[in-house]
Unconditional design. Structure first.
Length: 211
């Protein structure tokens, strides 16, 4: 799928009633919520309908959400308003976005599976957007998810090349020290498109050098 086709796909999904991946934040962000302080700056690329961006804004963070889907960003604005908070929403293709450098205390990519010819550059930009000492949160499906897609339709990109190989993720974020790194099977209950047993990776890195 090319850029415009992809945006159309996500706009169509996010135009459905309700929230494709639920309104609750990802379990990873909830588990590490003691790292978040009011006033800190957070970046949420590929933010979808805004569940994680709004979660961070409700904790008092200054949050920027970036996504190619106008429908997802519109839902993010509405979800934020319903909780009396604000999220800065930017509609952009992350492969051509003018990424800020050294600006954020936290960055979170949840199920932001990019093609192999863009993934390493995407992850490098992400690390570059963090301040030294900033935290990066990554959650997504591992290669083993192909099996659960067949048996349970529990989510993730149909193209297996987009599923995470833990070795790639460690290599991409070698400019950060791992704070937590987990892969395993867990039953998701995050809206209609993330539901059932799934092969997952959840990781947190702390940026240790200026990259
Ligand atoms: C599976 S959804 C995950 C949404 C959200 N992170 C969540 O977990 O609820 C993937 C998201 O990535 C966005 N996306 C994919 N490729 C993108 C790109 N190149 N630029 C901007 N957004 C992109 C899609 O629009 C979609 O919102």
């Amino acid at each position: 799928m090319s850029g415009p086709d992809q945006a159309e796909f996500w706009n169509s999904r996010f135009s459905e009633d309700g929230f494709a991946y639920g309104e609750r934040a990802s379990r990873l962000l909830m588990a590490f919520s003691d790292l978040f302080r009011p006033g800190q700056k957070a970046l949420v690329p590929a933010s979808g309908e805004g569940r994680d961006a709004v979660f961070l804004a409700r904790l008092g963070l200054d949050v920027t959400a970036v996504d190619m889907s106008a429908s997802g960003l519109s839902k993010t604005e509405d979800l934020a308003a319903s909780h009396g908070v604000f999220v800065t929403c930017i509609e952009a293709d992350l492969s051509s976005w003018d990424w800020p450098e050294g600006r954020f205390d936290h960055a979170a990519i949840m199920f932001a599976h990019m093609p192999p010819d863009f993934r390493p550059a995407f992850h490098a930009r992400l690390l570059g957007a963090l301040k030294t000492g900033g935290h990066l949160f990554v959650e997504g499906f591992t290669k083993g998810q192909s099996q659960y897609q067949e048996s349970h339709q529990s989510g993730g990109p149909p193209n297996p090349d987009l599923l995470y190989d833990p070795t790639d993720i460690k290599a991409d974020f070698a400019g950060g020290e791992p704070v937590s790194f987990w892969t395993g099977i867990e039953t998701l209950s995050e809206g209609p498109y993330h539901s059932g047993p799934a092969a997952l990776l959840r990781a947190v890195f702390r940026k240790t050098e200026s990259k």
